[in-house]
Design a protein around this ligand. Structure first.
Ligand code: NAD
Ligand code: ISE
Length: 345
């Protein structure tokens, strides 16, 4: 059976996801689209076989021809679209952030808990990347002993003109916070943010930033964001364990030795670096929804936890203080499968 999906937000990532849903992954068809810019939505729909253009995201969610919703609009719009999808009882894949404040994320958690089973998945695609999965497998195997430190480098060649100072934390490092929680299997407990000597190519931005994060068990994590580094889109990760280390390997399928130099390629942007991860992310989401599971990937709790770290990070950036990260109690719905109470999904 083909899953009929509606996509809200047909900008950069919305179009990329529509391409993969239409031409790469199997089991889904984009039957409806919406964008605040109607011309963009109509242009995108023109490239699809049979997609309805809706005037609002709410109309798309209510459309009986739409089985599941994908939200790719700007962050501040996410809460309303995810809540409307839950109210309609439809599975919803929401690009990061789940919502732009911890309170808004909690509204989503409350609605999903009241619904009684998972419907929401957040677009933290790094969990589907082959290199990150291999890194997690090494950590979980115990081969390098207990993790003591983790280093996470997040480098963008440049960022758009509307990118503000806080975005290095809430738009960029949010991925590092999520993947750290996932790799280490624990919550983050405190954060400090230190601005380095500013990159002259970054205008008024405080770039690069160094974030020093402590996990609940005391693992020390450093997150570096450099968002004007020009040479390419480079994602680094290295775990220091008690008896060994494990790191994401350098990318590039080929290494060239020539003219007394060794070189390989660096991706241009997130679309190229994580192209396969996004494909796996959607293939697994489609399978879960088709199996009636609603969602099995990053949850509303994961979206909430990452957002609380972002909030604490922004406070730390402005105050210079070490800010403690405090989460509410985790609802049983988000316990790992083996920990879930019998009868719940
Ligand atoms: P974009 O600006 O290219 O596209 C966003 C689109 O949403 C625009 O076309 C805009 O008109 C539309 N929009 C805004 N408000 C709307 C509304 N109320 N209803 C319908 N449409 C509306 O931005 P983008 O780069 O595609 O980012 C979109 C989302 O995806 C953001 O939340 C961003 O953080 C996330 N994102 C995730 C990744 C990732 O690696 N997972 C990468 C890039 C972007
Ligand atoms: C963008 O929104 C993403 O999510 C990318 O993965 C990230 O690398 C980039 O910094 C963000 O702006």
């Amino acid at each position: 059976m083909t899953l009929r999906v509606g996509v809200i937000g047909t900008g950069m990532i919305g179009q990329d996801h529509i391409r993969r849903l239409t031409h790469v992954v199997s089991g889904a068809e984009v039957v409806a689209v919406n964008d605040a810019d109607g011309d963009v939505a109509r242009q995108v729909a023109a490239g699809l076989k049979n997609a309805t253009v809706h005037a609002t995201g709410e109309n798309l969610i209510a459309d009986p021809a739409v089985d599941a919703v994908i939200v790719c609009s700007w962050g501040p719009t996410h809460e309303a679209f995810v809540l409307a999808s839950i109210a309609a009882g439809k599975p919803v894949f929401c690009e990061k952030p789940l919502a732009t404040t911890p309170e808004a994320c909690r509204n989503i958690i409350d609605a999903e808990v009241a619904h009684g089973s998972r419907l929401v998945q957040v677009g933290f695609m790094r969990r589907y990347d082959a290199a990150y999965r291999a890194l997690k497998a090494v950590i979980d195997s115990g081969e390098i002993g207990a993790p003591l430190m983790y280093s996470s480098g997040h480098r963008n060649p440049s960022v758009p003109a509307h990118y503000t100072k806080d975005m290095a934390i809430v738009d960029t490092a949010v991925h590092d916070f999520d993947v750290t929680r996932w790799l280490l299997g624990e919550e983050l407990a405190a954060i400090r943010v230190i601005a380095a000597k500013p990159n002259s190519l970054g205008g008024d931005l405080q770039d690069p930033l160094l974030m020093v994060v402590e996990t609940e068990s005391g693992v020390l994590v450093n997150v570096e964001t450099s968002v004007n580094i020009r040479y390419g889109y480079d994602i680094r990760g290295e775990v220091i364990g008690e008896t060994g280390t494990a790191a994401l390997a350098d990318r590039g399928p080929v290494v060239v030795r020539s003219g007394n130099r060794v070189s390989s390629s660096v991706p241009e942007d997130w679309r190229q670096r994580f192209i396969a991860a996004y494909d796996v992310e959607f293939q697994e989401w489609i399978a879960a929804v088709a199996a009636g599971e609603g969602a099995t990937g990053p949850s509303a709790w994961d979206g909430y936890a990452a957002q609380v770290v972002c909030d604490a990070g922004v406070a730390a950036l402005y105050s210079g203080d070490r800010v403690v990260i405090e989460l509410v109690d985790k609802p049983a719905l988000y316990a790992r499968p083996s920990e879930r109470p019998k009868g719940s999904r």
